[in-house]
Design a protein around this ligand. Structure first.
Ligand code: RP5
Length: 177
């Protein structure tokens, strides 16, 4: 469940090219909520609303944002354009498309020219975008870093739990639980 009204200081901007990206991009918001990080969710297309996109990117650092996550599909230039216009780190999320499966989005986002990096996630990798944003913020926040560490330890414990269950039950019983 993602909060509708943000009351925390906004540290991360989640931007997407269309509301059709929202079902994927909400996974980034959910991670930020899990770690208690204030964020905003914005629709701003590089092609359909270039002036809005430029104004958002140019004003983000001054407004106190620390990281921008940008998701788009197809000719996905949103993350790159934002990265060109802000000194903040930009994390790109290629959205899966029906025509080309998201490879179009991935290539559009990942193949940035030297000097303007976009940290590109997997296709539909909004969850990892949220985690990476938290890790960037955690560099200067020991308490947040401790919680990231705990998150990773929980993942390892889940794997251990599954491995133990598989060893106990065998393949068929494990799959038919
Ligand atoms: C991109 O075009 C958006 O990021 C979206 O992934 C894709 C399709 O947009 P809609 O036609 O669904 O609005 O700019």
């Amino acid at each position: 469940m993602v909060e509708a009204k943000e009351t925390r200081p906004i540290q991360v901007g989640i931007v997407m090219g269309s509301d059709s990206d929202l079902p994927v991009m909400k996974e980034a918001a959910e991670i930020l909520d899990k770690f208690g990080i204030g964020h905003e969710v914005v629709i701003a297309s590089a092609h359909r609303a270039p002036a809005k996109t430029a104004a958002y990117a140019e004003g983000a650092a001054e407004r106190g944002l620390a990281v921008i996550i940008a998701g788009a599909g197809g000719a996905a230039h949103l993350a790159g354009v934002i990265a060109a216009l802000t000194p903040l780190p930009v994390i790109g999320v290629p959205i899966k498309t029906s025509a080309l499966g998201g490879l179009d989005s991935l290539y559009s986002i990942v193949q940035m020219p030297g000097g303007i990096p976009v940290a590109t996630m997997a296709i539909n990798g909004a969850k990892n975008a949220g985690i990476l944003a938290v890790q960037i913020l955690a560099v200067a926040n020991p308490e947040l870093r401790r919680r990231v560490q705990q998150y990773k330890e929980n993942l390892a414990a889940e794997v251990e739990g599954k491995a133990a269950k598989l060893a106990e039950l065998g393949i068929d019983k494990y799959l038919n639980r």
